[in-house]
Design a protein around this ligand. Structure first.
Ligand SMILES: Cc1cc2nc3c(=O)[nH]c(=O)nc-3n(C[C@H](O)[C@H](O)[C@H](O)COP(=O)(O)OP(=O)(O)OC[C@H]3O[C@@H](n4cnc5c(N)ncnc54)[C@H](O)[C@@H]3O)c2cc1C
Length: 388
């Protein structure tokens, strides 16, 4: 078994695997990724995997937009399809958020993102299955859609392996060894791996590892539920991806005439012991909400669902940074409900941060660790935090 590596990545979700691949792409391939379970077994495997660009901050919109291109060309890059499926994305907000939505879309258009404000008449033409109201406002992204989180994670890991990186599953990291203010090793039940670089990408479990080296990471696992319905036959229930603020859900189609509805983000949990099923008191309003938006869904059938953990920070934005006072320690954590769509660019930015000292592809400096101490948090134009 390898007992030295130039860098050890802790966590085999989409982030760890994207970082591993991007390091190898940048010629840094004497690396080892350690996953305690199997790849994509954490939040990644539970993801709704919606790819939308609508955010309130430039950095998140840029990360999502740059990533979309990579999802589109993923097979060329890695040899594995990403499952990118273009459906279009509609954001629907109430009148109180009309101005916020307009400002966001204006910002997106400045960045070159395919995003536009559309009228109720346009909506009736573009998405006739949706029931829309005169006091609502609408944004449309024609290129948005979804992809397959499992395929993307495995695609990154396998291509990184081809380039020389190593991936080990069933290998839980028990601690990070720091000597004289720098990383010297990563500890596992099977022994110590000497390294000068450790990257914590352990999703909702990351705070435990960081606490072991005296770092208090402000992240908490938040249970998020996904309700699955089978759509009735007929085009009147076929739908694009919808972010529906007035009804409080996001919905995406899936193969097999299924619809996944994401809802219910109000329960902080323990990442190891939380209930991974769906609650009927979330299913009922989700079902009623989608029927209000897509009347033909009144004939849909409840097929079950699951829950996963968002890893949230106080501003619902990630921490992409090195750790002050511990040379060689990095973290990519706290992605709440938007990590999947940003994972290709985050992997690239983190690899640049590690190999070059700063990210060149996108300025991620505002996603620093210190902002929770200084109070320089990112802000959303919306009250609904999941929209960020
Ligand atoms: C229900 C749900 C719906 C979502 N919907 C969307 C969406 O529509 N669009 C979107 O962009 N994002 C969405 N997200 C968010 C997105 O899925 C996550 O932000 C992303 O998958 C996080 O990836 P990660 O690699 O950081 O974490 P994880 O996937 O949790 O990976 C962390 C890995 O670290 C491993 N690990 C933990 N501790 C250790 C240890 N000590 N040693 C070794 N390994 C360890 C875990 O086993 C795990 O595999 C959703 C998330 C959930 C839960």
């Amino acid at each position: 078994m390898t007992n030295t590596a130039d860098a050890v990545i802790i966590g085999g979700g989409v982030m760890g695997c994207s970082i591993l691949y991007n390091l190898a792409e940048q010629g840094f391939n004497n690396t080892l990724l350690l996953e305690r379970d199997v790849l994509a077994s954490g939040s990644t495997g539970k993801s709704q995997a919606i790819l939308r660009m609508h955010y309130s901050n430039e950095v998140t919109a840029r990360l999502a937009w740059g990533s979309l291109d990579i999802f589109k060309n993923f097979e060329e890059l890695t040899g594995t399809p990403s499952g990118y499926t273009r459906t279009g994305y509609f954001l629907i907000v109430g009148s109180e958020d009309r101005q916020a939505m307009r400002e966001n879309v204006a910002m997106h258009r400045r960045l070159g993102i395919a995003s536009e404000v559309v009228s109720i008449e346009d909506m009736r033409e573009l998405a006739p299955m949706l029931a829309v109201e005169g006091d609502e406002a609408f944004a449309y992204e024609s290129e948005s859609g979804y992809a397959d989180p499992y395929s993307v994670t495995l695609g990154y890991a396998n291509r990184a392996r081809d380039m020389g990186a190593q991936v080990r599953d069933g290998a839980a990291v028990t601690g990070i060894e720091v000597t004289g203010g720098r990383v010297t090793a990563v500890e596992t039940a099977d022994g110590r791996i000497e390294t000068r670089i450790a990257v914590v990408a352990a999703g909702p479990w990351s705070d435990r590892l960081l606490r072991g080296v005296g770092v208090d990471a402000p992240i908490r696992p938040l249970r998020h539920q996904v309700v699955v319905l089978r759509r009735p036959p007929g085009a009147d229930a076929d739908h694009p991806i919808i972010g529906d603020n007035p009804n409080g859900f996001s919905a995406r189609p899936d193969i097999g005439n299924l619809t996944m509805i994401g809802a219910g983000e109000d329960e902080f949990v323990d990442a190891d012991t939380f209930n991974q099923g769906v609650d009927m008191d979330v299913v009922r309003p989700a079902f009623e909400g989608i029927v209000r938006r897509i009347p033909a869904m009144s004939r849909a059938v409840f097929r079950g669902g699951w829950s996963g953990a968002f890893t949230v920070t106080p501003d619902w934005h990630p921490i992409l940074d090195s750790i002050d006072g511990i040379d060689g320690l990095y973290c990519a954590i706290g992605f709440s409900g938007h990590g999947f769509k940003e994972s290709p660019m985050i992997g690239k930015a983190m690899a640049e941060l590690i190999t070059k000292g700063s990210a060149e592809c996108v300025d991620i400096s505002m996603l620093n660790f210190d902002r929770f101490r200084t109070g320089d948090l990112l802000r959303s134009r919306y009250a609904m935090q999941v929209l960020a």
